[in-house]
Design a protein around this ligand. Structure first.
Ligand SMILES: C[S@@+](CC[C@H](N)C(=O)[O-])C[C@H]1O[C@@H](n2cnc3c(N)ncnc32)[C@H](O)[C@@H]1O
Length: 228
């Protein structure tokens, strides 16, 4: 697969760094204590929708990649009381906060969070029943979007589901504001990639079962639920 065949990724390739992971880790480390506010105002509707539609079963093995400050992670742990829920985030402060609060709120449950880069997940092939990833792909460098999607595919068991949340690109005014924010602070905002992602995941032989655009205030999200 030629990565520059995807129009949105290719369009921004010259201005967006090839890899930005170190800067992203530092930025998200610094904002970990205030990040829950952003999740509450912009991400919680999409998180709720994923919980309704992803088909996550109690007693299963669930992975959240880029768990941030843990709001979605706690929803997953709450649903998966008898199972094992694992979270990873490149920011050690985010992973530590998520771990601490999940263990406080759900003592005795199997919850594990680690500081891990999504480009190299330290898990065996086909070892998860569900994988959830919200608002990560925007932050990845040009070459890393496909690498991370390949990793998600690798760790998911056959016939199991990937739930992916992206920042929507369906509102021109929002897109313009996002482009400005992304050029000022690329490691925090990244750039929108939503329109390229369905094609990329189909190329990996995922079948898209649900595709829904949501809004929370002015903030658009697109949720894809895909089966391996
Ligand atoms: C926009 S926040 C979203 C957090 C959370 N998923 C949510 O829905 O609110 C993006 C998160 O991705 C993490 N991240 C960025 N690049 C990553 C990478 N290469 N591997 C793992 N996590 C990464 C950041 O540290 C940050 O916590």
């Amino acid at each position: 697969m030629n990565r520059v065949d995807f129009p949105t990724l290719a369009l921004r390739a010259e201005v967006f760094p090839k890899t930005i992971a170190d800067r992203t880790r530092k930025v998200y480390d610094r904002v970990s204590f205030i990040y829950p506010a952003s999740t509450f105002f912009f991400h919680s509707n999409a998180h709720k929708y994923v919980m309704e539609e992803s088909g996550i079963q109690d007693g299963s093995r669930v992975l959240e990649v880029a768990c941030g400050s843990g709001e979605m992670f706690r929803r997953l742990v709450h649903k998966n009381r008898r199972g094992e829920t694992i979270g990873v985030d490149i920011s050690p402060n985010m992973a530590a906060k998520t771990q601490r609060e999940a263990r406080r709120d759900f003592p005795g449950q199997k919850t594990y969070c680690q500081a891990v880069d999504a480009r190299a997940l330290p898990f065996r092939d086909e070892s998860f029943d569900s994988v959830v990833v919200c608002y990560l792909l925007e932050l990845l460098g040009q070459d890393d979007v496909v690498s991370v999607l390949e990793e998600l595919h690798r760790v998911l068991k056959p016939k199991c589901k990937l739930s992916l949340v992206l920042i929507g690109q369906n509102t021109e005014l929002f897109n313009r504001a996002y482009r400005v924010a992304g050029s000022v602070a690329p490691a925090f905002w990244g750039r929108q990639v939503e329109q390229s992602v369905p094609g990329l995941i189909r190329d990996l032989d995922f079948r898209i079962l649900k595709d829904r655009v949501l809004r929370q205030g002015f903030y658009p999200s697109r949720v894809l639920i895909a089966q391996k």
